[in-house]
Design a protein around this ligand. Structure first.
Ligand SMILES: [Zn+2]
Length: 152
């Protein structure tokens, strides 16, 4: 009777969920100073992330979430450490009770219409380093989305 090997990890699957979460719709605005108010902001965001994650996991017939991967733009007004903290607070009653949270930070990236190319812009001054033209199009950097889930 030794053929009942407990290897649930073999059933782990990766779900690519591209659920985008609107920061403004989650009732929070970016605050410059960290503190209890800022953490409340991340708690609200994490509640939405976990709700979507559970919904997606259940839809895939999963009973457990091993990893939650989110993509956060550096201009999204979200503090990664606070988001991690909110995750620790909120995960126990969910399918993600034993899951890891992976945060992928996306640096601000603009589009130069003259050069027809993207350039990274850490400042709010969006000037193409190649031709000097000002960009009015921020392509990345405000993301707030659930990137993928690893479930079982
Ligand atoms: Zn340019």
């Amino acid at each position: 009777m030794s053929n009942s090997a407990p290897a649930p990890l073999a059933a782990a699957a990766s779900l690519a969920v591209g659920g985008s979460l609107e920061s403004s719709a989650l009732g929070g605005r970016a605050t410059a100073r960290p503190g209890p108010t800022q953490l409340m902001h991340e708690v609200g965001i994490m509640q939405s992330i976990l709700a979507v994650a559970e919904q997606q996991a259940r839809a895939a017939g999963a009973v457990r979430i091993h990893q939650v991967r989110v993509r956060i733009g550096q201009l999204a007004g979200v503090v990664p450490d606070s988001l991690q903290c909110a995750f620790e607070i909120l995960r126990p009653p969910t399918l993600a009770a034993a899951a890891r949270l992976e945060i992928e930070e996306i640096p601000p990236t603009c589009w130069c219409a003259v050069c027809q190319r993207e350039f990274a812009s850490p400042e709010l001054w969006w000037q193409c380093p190649r031709c000097g033209a000002a960009s009015n199009e921020l392509r990345r950097g405000r993301e707030l989305e659930l990137a993928s889930l690893e479930v079982e």
